[in-house]
Design a protein around this ligand. Sequence first.
Ligand SMILES: Cc1ncc(COP(=O)(O)O)c(C=O)c1O
Length: 384
Amino acid sequence: MRIYLDNAATSWPKPEAVYAALDKFQREVGAAAGRGGYRDAVEAQRVVASARREIAALVGAADPSRIVFGGNGSDALNLAIHGTLRPGDHVVATVCDHNSVLRPLAEQTRTNNVSVTYVGCDGAGYVSPDDVRAAIRPNTRLVVVTHGSNVTGAIQPLAEIADAAKAAGALVAVDAAQSAGHVGIDVARLRVDLLAASGHKGLLGPAGTGFLYVAPGVESCLRPIRQGGTGVESQLDHMPEELPTRYEAGSLNAPALAGLAAAVRYLREQSIGEIAAHEAMIVDRLVDGLRAISGVRVYGPGPGQPRGPVVSFSVGGYDPQEFAAALDAASGVQCRAGLHCAPRMHEALGTSPLGGTVRMSPGWATTPAQVDRALEAVAAIAGA
Ligand SMILES: Cc1ncc(COP(=O)(O)O)c(C=O)c1O
């Protein structure tokens, strides 16, 4: 029996309503959104608009047209980073960032004369707003914050970091890939300029979904990074000015967005607070159980510190990849091992020489019994 503990990569299972919405769209609508005036094209457009409304309501955006859809969280982060930076700009980022942030930034340093300061974190994986403040320079255009770490699970003090950046006149871009759906997000209260997330992780939508929230006025300094058909203003040789079309080149993944709309509706009906409480109970059980196994070292937040459902650990003497493979082979426990696309985080934790960590990421559907079976499997392989 499969015990799926890789929800940080992509969530599984999805709520039944998601499978039903995908199926219904593919079978009964099957038209491109925003590309025609006939009945089913209009229906496809209506479904996409409902996904935009659901996401806007979830993150506290007053205007759904400020939700720009893309293929995943990386797509949204590429737009946020490449769209805002100009030659000579400085960026403040953190060691907690994922390659979806690190690689676009590295590309900017190579090709656009951009410089980056990476702010460190403490032993539990938290970034200090004071350190962010101290790293800001007169030419800092952008501060990028990874809201939830995909290695330690630490949830950063986003409001304080955003305040520090705004006070210095910098734009704030948030990578919410690991926080959306797990913790409440209110873009208006947080005063963030750009917020990127995957639709297929904590938001429980299908693969091939992600979005970028663009705050009012930010479009004036956010260039489209892709050009193509939009279904409107075809006479122009550039992307239309209005949002979200300005940033959505090509046909949208309408079937997946039908699923995402159903997923977010489900999340809002269930209440993120209730799902977060379940995940917190599961994470506590997992962390307590792991800490009790001899030879296991757990990284990241301590009891009571803000966190999402991501738990990293190492087992003395074991290569993380071998350990994860043994868990799958012996007990059907499916989890990830390695650097998890966040190499600087492992340098900060001291886990680079070990080859990273084993990472278990439970989700909304993980049961206490599954956690107990995973813990038994870890103990058996660790020889505890
Ligand atoms: C922190 C973080 N940022 C960005 C991403 C990229 O998201 P996606 O896989 O949707 O491109 C991930 C995915 O694992 C992530 O964990």
